[in-house]
Design a protein around this ligand. Sequence first.
Ligand code: NAD
Ligand code: DAU
Length: 360
Amino acid sequence: MILITGGAGFIGGNFVHHWFERCARLSLPEEPVVVFDKLTYAGNPHTIGEHLQAGRATLVQADIADREAVRQALATHRPRAILHFAAESHVDRSIHGPGEFIHTNMVGTFSLLEEARAYWNSLEGADKEGFRFLHVSTDEVYGSLSDTDPAFSETTPYAPNSPYSASKAGSDHLVRAYHHTYGFPTLTTNCSNNYGPYHFPEKLIPLMILNALDGKPLPVYGDGLNIRDWLYVRDHCEAICQVLEKGRLGETYNVGGINEIKNIDVVTTICRKLDALRPRADGQPYESLITYVKDRPGHDRRYAIDPTKIQSEIGWKPAETFESGINKTVQWFLDHTDWIDTVRSGAYRDWLDQNYAERA
Ligand code: NAD
Ligand code: DAU
């Protein structure tokens, strides 16, 4: 079996779905998963409910920084691989309160590495040889690009600009050091912005969809011309499966969607999709809700991934265009009001008040 930290979050939860669908599609044995997740505000067991109920997935609710809990989970479930998704992931939250980011992304990753290394050392023969620790990271560790800079490659120097990206950079360096120093069998992926089903509605795309449907302002930071390289989440999940199978130990692989789009264009695209699928009762276009608000401090201008290495070495490339992926995403949010209700907790409403009141 495999152990997935953060498997009740956005990408980890999609990965659990992808894993079982892929096993079926490729006629592979259905390999069970253990989801190790603290269930913070961003973790939602409903996301993977069908797999938990079917017994294919098991949930261990614990903190990756709790070494005893990690030790116990590894000893009980004896995974052949650890896929490390768990993190504090929202840049704006890291600006308001960086402490949790240091705790989970750096101290938590260190604790997990220590326990995973001890577990790996206890293995023998083919079990030890085949063990993998795959660390899921971000393109934000490379900093910000100008409009004319080449896209980030695996050799771009690290230059993180937010407490979030600095804490992810720290975790990447630890993973690298554990391979270099101890020979621990690591793989690292650095990915661009994901979007798709189960995306927590604090992030740009789901926030815009849900605010629009509620008739609320669509808050665009600064001039709206920042660029992100959007990747449909299932394409990312497939990349992780392939890196797990074929990646070279100690290597990092950049994963991107080849979809550089300005924020304002993302928002207007969503508005037009909703105009067609769910027109407003007052006949106004959703674009009339767009409101420019105070910028994010230290806002990175542009991210872009050069995916040459993963394409040539692993053979992965994204299946979705932004057009096909955003169509699926908007439709998913229209169809899954039950899931949306489960994440709109009191804690989420408090966050919206805190983040957007001060930008007015
Ligand atoms: P998310 O915030 O949706 O989910 C994070 C999950 O981790 C949640 O289920 C949460 O409960 C869990 N978690 C948080 N702290 C924990 C702790 N101390 N112990 C155990 N579990 C804990 O995040 P996401 O968007 O799914 O991102 C997953 C990973 O992918 C992160 O490492 C993130 O840095 C990376 N990443 C995300 C994106 C993106 O666009 N979302 C892009 C590139 C990389
Ligand atoms: O690049 C990968 C990263 O992508 C991941 O490592 C992070 O975990 C993930 O959260 C994401 O970070 P971003 O900061 O790029 O994503 P976010 O959805 O928060 O913002 C996307 C862009 O939209 C960014 O330029 C800020 C802008 N934005 C965001 C929000 C929430 C707005 O204009 N208005 C908003 O209300």
